[in-house]
Design a binder for this molecule. Structure first.
Ligand code: COA
Length: 214
């Protein structure tokens, strides 16, 4: 029987996550998820209209969800690692469990592990012996090379690449189209700008951009 699921966040990543759910259901013999709707404390009018146009309900705020009797599984479809962490901690404390979603057009290689709450969008390539923590986001066409670890709440924006043997620590964000060369460490909450090429380790909370990234 399909399991109940809610997506937190009516923005772009939240609605892309709804696409993952629909694609998983289409690809399975029986639908795996029953998407109850999207939870968002303050969706914009534009995003509400976008949800309505595709027939997805706005279920109210996170507090509304917590106040209810049901405990559907959840994923946080919000790009900011910081906000994602706050919401995941709040929902976990209220007795919710996070789902893990992988688009059928993504690939995950041998000896990989995926933490709960992790969402992998279409076209992402995760190779061998890669470990993704909890609530990691891989956007379309991301690549994660062999033997790399992405810790909890890491975000890789579209078409970014992390090479082999890297360690990306908790809450780091890698911007659109950026490249991280092999055997490097990005510290907790590091931020790599779009199109950067990272050639040295990046300190915790540092922002780097450009080629080579500084
Ligand atoms: C690097 C980044 C974090 C900087 O943000 P910011 O501090 O707000 O930067 P600003 O927009 O104020 O720009 C500051 C300077 O950096 C430059 N800059 C901004 N982003 C840059 C980037 N990715 N690469 C090179 N230079 C960049 C700006 O041109 C500006 O230069 P100037 O001082 O000579 O005019 C941000 O621009 C970025 O790339 N974020 C990732 C975005 C992303 O992945 N989007 C996809 C979402 S799915």
């Amino acid at each position: 029987m399909a399991e109940l699921l809610v997506v937190i966040g009516a923005g772009g990543f939240g609605r892309e996550t709804a696409d993952v759910v629909e694609a998983i259901n289409r690809s399975a013999p029986q639908p795996q998820w029953l998407l109850q709707g999207v939870v968002d404390d303050s969706p914009s009018a534009t995003n509400l209209a976008r949800l309505t146009a595709r027939g997805i309900a706005h279920l109210g705020s996170v507090d509304d969800l917590i106040a209810g009797d049901e405990r559907p599984q959840y994923v946080v479809g919000i790009g900011s690692p910081r906000i994602r962490r706050i919401l995941a901690d709040k929902l976990d404390a209220a007795g919710f469990n996070a789902a893990t979603l992988v688009h059928p057009d993504a690939s995950v290689g041998s000896q990989c592990t995926l933490g709960e709450g992790t969402i992998i969008l279409a076209g992402a390539r995760v190779t061998t012996n890669v470990h993704l923590g909890r609530h990691v986001h891989l956007n379309p066409n991301v690549t994660v090379g062999h033997d790399t670890v992405l810790e909890d709440f890491v975000s890789m924006n579209p078409a970014s690449s992390v090479s082999g043997d890297c360690l990306v620590q908790t809450g780091a964000l890698i911007g659109v189209g950026a490249v991280v060369l092999n055997q490097l460490t990005l510290g907790p909450r590091a931020l790599v700008g779009g199109s950067a090429c990272v050639v040295t380790n990046v300190a915790a909370e540092a922002v780097v951009k450009g080629v080579p990234a500084r």
